[in-house]
Design a protein around this ligand. Structure first.
Ligand SMILES: Cc1cc2nc3c(=O)[nH]c(=O)nc-3n(C[C@H](O)[C@H](O)[C@H](O)COP(=O)(O)O)c2cc1C
Length: 335
């Protein structure tokens, strides 16, 4: 069945509601528990996720079944994230209840090892194994959220997670999605300035003013750090600061009063220094030090007034600038 946002209106609402969950993509956890009535047990739980770093907390959403009853009795459980070779184990753990059979005793099926801090079997060949002590339990509608604090965890970098979506198990693609950043070469001296503007952050985040006059001419200035080179007025924005306020204040300090109208777009680029290759001994180091990720948000601004006494040179351009970076920032689109 295909349900998408275009044709979903044609399906009865109840059918859409019943199928929404299929369109999420999840991993699947094999939740192991132990208890006096049902003994060691395993259940498939796709609704599993880490919800805090410090301490590490993992939430699982389960229904009223032997897994939950074991947890209620012992206050512990283990999370074993299934790897892509373990779909059969997931089918068994999810297809039978501990009321029906002792799933973990099926020969040649679940390969287990003892836990360190909780009396629950752990499953081998998973991507992540975590021993958890119950921190909170809360019922939401037809499911029970159990939050566990992780007291011990291991991961296996060689294993890849099993993905469950639209009713079937899938492998993760080996292909990474590329960052999609355009590469722009700038002179080494400008590169050094951009790097300084980034406050040592991994990504330079800046607000750019695209200021036009009534004849649609574009304003360039000699930016304080870029020598005599004509640039768009721009300022780096610290994390958590408001972009419009920061740009307003910056423009004021250089004697330009504008009305910041709207966001023109965002350009996520990699700035590359034109410094020749091989100048540094360490190749990796030299590559890193010649590349800088930069996110520029351009704002369209209407000029209100300009303090003529300001020491920065200004120039009104009729045509779009020829420089690649400037042209990109002036013409940037929202992607
Ligand atoms: C792929 C898959 C994912 C599942 N995810 C969940 C889940 O997130 N929460 C849940 O309550 N049941 C989930 N189930 C169903 C339980 O695993 C199933 O009811 C199981 O028999 C319960 O085990 P128990 O009765 O031994 O505790 C899933 C089943 C499968 C096959």
């Amino acid at each position: 069945m295909i349900i998408n946002s275009n044709n979903s209106k044609m399906l009865p609402e109840s059918e859409i509601m019943e199928n929404v969950h299929r369109f999420f993509a999840t991993e699947v956890a094999l939740i192991t528990t132990n208890g006096s009535k049902y003994g060691p047990n395993v259940m498939a739980v796709e609704w599993t996720m880490q919800i805090a770093y410090d301490p590490i907390l993992i939430a699982i959403f389960i229904h009223d079944s032997p897994t939950y009853w074991n947890i209620q009795e012992t206050n512990v459980f283990a999370v074993n994230m299934a790897s892509e070779e373990q779909s059969e184990l997931v089918n068994i753990a999810g297809g039978y209840s501990g009321i029906e059979i002792q799933k973990l005793t099926i020969p040649n099926t679940f390969d287990t090892y003892p836990s360190k801090y909780i009396d629950v079997p752990m499953i081998k060949n998973c991507t992540v194994n975590a021993e958890c002590k119950v921190k909170a339990i809360q019922t939401f509608a037809d499911h029970i959220m159990v939050v566990g604090e992780v007291v011990r965890a291991t991961f296996d970098e060689k294993e890849l997670p099993l993905i469950y979506t639209r009713g079937s198990y899938r492998r993760l693609s080996r292909q990474k999605i590329s960052g999609g950043r355009k590469r722009i070469v700038v002179s080494h001296s400008h590169f050094v300035e951009f790097k300084a503007m980034s406050y040592g952050q991994f990504i330079l985040k800046a607000a750019v003013a695209v200021i036009r006059d009534e004849n649609n001419k574009l304003l360039l200035i000699t930016h304080q750090s870029f020598g005599n080179f004509l640039m768009l007025p721009m300022v780096s924005v610290k994390r958590g600061s408001n972009y419009v306020d920061t740009l307003h204040k910056y423009l004021e300090t250089i004697g330009i009063i504008t009305e910041i109208e709207s966001i023109l777009g965002i350009e996520r680029v990699i700035l590359m220094s034109n410094y020749p290759d091989g100048q540094t001994e360490d190749k990796k180091e030299s590559k890193i030090s010649r590349e800088l990720r930069a996110n520029f948000i351009s704002f369209s601004c209407k000029m209100k007034s300009m303090n003529e006494e300001n020491r920065y040179l200004r120039k009104w351009l009729d045509k779009a600038p020829r420089n690649t970076l400037l042209r990109t920032l002036v013409n940037c689109r929202i992607r």
